[in-house]
Design a protein around this ligand. Sequence first.
Ligand code: SAM
Length: 249
Amino acid sequence: MVGKVYIVGAGPGDPDLLTLKALRAIEKADVVLYDRLVGDEIIEMLKRMGKELIYVGKNSDERGGRRQEEINELMLKLAKEGKIVVRLKGGDPFVFGRGGVEAEYLAEHGIPFEVIPGVSSINSVPASAGIPLTHPSLSSSILVVTGKDGVERWCESILNGTLVILMGRNNIKEICNRLIKAGRSPNTPIAVIENGTLKNQRVFFGTLKNIADIIEKEDLKGPTLIVVGDVVNVAKKINSVNPKIVSSL
Ligand SMILES: C[S@@+](CC[C@H](N)C(=O)[O-])C[C@H]1O[C@@H](n2cnc3c(N)ncnc32)[C@H](O)[C@@H]1O
């Protein structure tokens, strides 16, 4: 009998941001294949639950290719053995997470699967740094892009609104320069948030002109998300009276 695959979003790292549906799928699972950005505390919890865990993460600088094929084949093999497989990914599986590629593969091979959306870093990480993505007087649009490649493709059209950039830390200098060239003011506020929603979250504020120099001095190793736009100043205001914006319920 063929098993089933659940493609599950684990949220941005904080275990309390795992959804109830994700937890139910994990409880049912015989085996969990997990990615690099699934929070350490979540992995500890899975170990305590006695789950079989297989790490299939890629390094941040690795591209898809062969590695993705191996992950696909492993899911297929386990499902064909009749196992309930949870494919656990950071954030939401369909946002820069190759969840779509894996769903297509499972569909092509006739494997039953379900997708369980997760809390994406897109909105949760800025919120945990006090940055509202929209604001009645500051921004009525949000553009989310990858900062890994194709910077020139999206830069030309961005003059207003909030810009959320995933995977942009290594290209931050080029991103800022291109945005300025495309017409955004060098004084536009920008925030770089490392390890968003986690206890070791750090937020760096600056402008398009100076943020690259600011973060160059810091040793940023965790996942980082960048927010560009006037809404960043709201966080500065909120944080000045309420420095611990991250809920600790
Ligand atoms: C491959 S993308 C995956 C996005 C994920 N599927 C989601 O919905 O959030 C990984 C990027 O998401 C961002 N990211 C994810 N979790 C984060 C966190 N806790 N803090 C800051 N950035 C995060 C970083 O830009 C990281 O390089």
